[in-house]
Design a binder for this molecule. Structure first.
Ligand SMILES: *[C@@H]1O[C@H](CO)[C@@H](O)[C@H](O)[C@H]1NC(C)=O
Ligand SMILES: *[C@@H]1O[C@H](CO)[C@@H](O)[C@H](O)[C@H]1NC(C)=O
Ligand SMILES: *[C@@H]1O[C@H](CO)[C@@H](O)[C@H](O)[C@H]1NC(C)=O
Length: 500
């Protein structure tokens, strides 16, 4: 019925009419900093396709993810809700994690399915695996999945090849667990994964999905959370050695090339004018990797922290002929992608508290963002201490600050893990437009204007926290080594025998 609808009737949004509802392609980079793309000012990154996307689309300067680490950030992206609601905290899921993104949470894919959309995801899931793969994407509204279901460093990588011809991965990654598997839908295809061929396999899978959907005249949603540019960096023959920036630059270029490749496919099959492409990333750069990690540009610290470098991300919205090219300083978040896609598709929102705002006006009519505030939770949120920081308009107040191991090695003493938790009363307040690097806290004394800002921020915080009910922590359910994905389930001794 839904299929019939979409192919029979003309679908109109504002002044734009087309034969079918729009397609959505959502690219999500990993541990990518605000300063890592050419179009965000990096001098030696090689990102020609993202730069072209930015030049022809809307580039955001004030776009936030919801957590400075992977799993919670992904939970928010796919549900339009802060991770505290779904219980995806503290930290991230492990290969043997018992929990996952609760199945009763509604994902973007799940709101699109009833409208007849084809849905697929490729790459890093990291929202749980669980007993018999019960938390895999196929259980959360995706028809198809190909990828590593968590971070590609969550398995020993010491003896794996990360660059051609046979350059071993840098570092050990996580030892004492199974090597990382490649999962197709619910089945393990390969273990350990072959990093040199991985991007090719992903491109083939995504290309096939786009071509098949277009051929069937079926609207589609492709969610492409890449492993790039998370540690350890890797790249196949097409990208290795191509950038001026070393391993990180080559890994980033590999993802950039994939984006170019899939754009060309969208064009070739004739759906580019009816497809919203959105690019952003899960959290800030892992500065502890030094020159092998990302760069937060002018922003303070990186991954693991609630400073700007941990959570402000590059973001680009591209829709040929529909989104007018430009740069926006409006406040927006990964939370807003869910309601925006739902509105553009004409989907029904789930009957739950959503934290996202529809960005349709901002994207299509250069309108204002409906978002006035952004909440910053640490990697280990709890109801008692609540928010670490809150941005309201151009001001950001820090109630707590803390460094993170992920952000070690820069000269800034506030970034590394040894910068222990500090409560700020009154909070530290910054004007992020005048001072995006959070260097110069605003004085409250003899500044009634800043005192009024603080009073407003306190009010917004109290109102928000009054509606925030923490879900049961999924990650605190712990791990069971028997749940680690193993391609040869009955083999012994584990984990080393899981090799196919
Ligand atoms: C999902 O189920 C849990 C456990 O019953 C419940 O606490 C939670 O509120 C539910 N979440 C949603 C989004 O319905
Ligand atoms: C790497 O391979 C060598 C030789 O096969 C083996 O001795 C070593 O334990 C392996 N290291 C890891 C971290 O798997
Ligand atoms: C997209 O729209 C442009 C401008 O109207 C047109 O030139 C182009 O052929 C269209 N592309 C496809 C693939 O339909």
């Amino acid at each position: 019925m839904a299929n019939l609808l979409s192919s029979t009737f003309v679908f109109c949004l504002f002044y734009i009419c087309s034969a079918s509802p729009p397609n959505f392609v959502l690219f999500f980079a990993d541990d990518l900093g605000f300063g890592d793309l050419g179009c965000y000012g990096h001098p030696s990154s090689l990102t020609p396709h993202l730069d072209r996307l930015a030049a022809g689309g809307l580039r955001f300067t004030d776009f936030y993810c919801t957590s400075p680490v992977c799993s919670p950030s992904r939970a928010s992206l796919l549900t339009g809700r802060y991770q505290t609601r779904s219980g995806v905290f503290p930290g991230v899921f492990y290969p043997g994690s018992i929990g996952g993104l609760p199945l009763n949470e509604t994902t973007i894919a799940e709101v699109l399915k009833p409208l007849g959309y084809a849905t697929a995801t490729v790459g890093k899931w990291h929202l749980g695996y669980g007993a018999n793969g019960k938390f895999l994407p196929t259980k959360q509204g995706f028809d198809q999945y190909l990828g590593i279901p968590y971070s590609h460093d969550q398995g020993p990588c010491h003896n794996l090849t990360c660059f051609p011809p046979d350059i071993k991965c840098f570092g050990l990654c996580d030892i004492g667990v199974v090597t990382v598997p490649l999962v197709h839908n619910d089945n393990i295809k390969q273990q350990p994964v072959n990093f040199l061929d991985l991007e090719r396999a992903y491109i083939d899978f995504a290309t096939d999905f786009i071509i098949t959907s277009a051929k069937n005249k079926q609207p589609f949603f492709l969610y492409y959370p890449s492993h790039h540019t998370h540690y350890p960096q890797y790249a196949g023959t097409g990208a290795a050695g191509r950038s001026l920036r070393g391993p990180f630059g080559d890994a980033l270029f590999e993802f950039d090339s994939t984006i170019g490749n899939l754009m060309a496919t969208l064009e070739k099959v004739g759906v580019i004018n009816n497809t919203l492409i959105f690019f952003t990333a899960d959290n800030g750069p892992e500065l502890m990797r030094m020159s092998r990690g990302g760069n937060s540009g002018p922003l303070k610290c990186g991954k693991g922290t609630t400073y700007e470098g941990g959570m402000r991300e590059p973001a680009i919205a591209y829709w040929q002929g529909v989104i007018e090219p430009g740069v926006t300083h409006e406040l927006a978040s990964t939370l807003d992608i869910f309601p925006t896609i739902a509105n553009l598709a004409g989907a029904k929102l789930p009957p739950v508290i959503l934290d996202g705002f529809d960005m349709t006006n901002l994207l299509l009519r250069k309108g204002k963002s409906q978002r006035e505030a952004m909440m910053f939770y640490p990697t280990d949120p709890n109801e008692k201490s609540g928010l670490f920081a809150l941005r309201w308009g151009k001001y950001k107040a820090h109630f707590y600050t803390r460094g993170a191991t992920h952000s070690a090695t820069t000269p800034d003493p506030d970034c590394p893990g040894i910068a222990v938790l500090k409560a700020h009363n009154p909070p530290l307040i910054f004007d992020l437009e005048a001072d995006p690097s959070e260097r110069y806290p605003l004085p409250l004394e003899e500044r009634p204007d800043i005192q009024a800002v603080l009073a407003q921020i306190e009010k917004v915080k109290a109102q928000f926290e009054a509606t925030m009910v923490f879900g049961e922590s999924q990650i605190s359910k712990g791990v069971n080594p028997n749940l680690e994905p193993c391609c040869s389930p009955e083999c012994s001794p584990k984990p080393s025998c899981c090799h196919c």
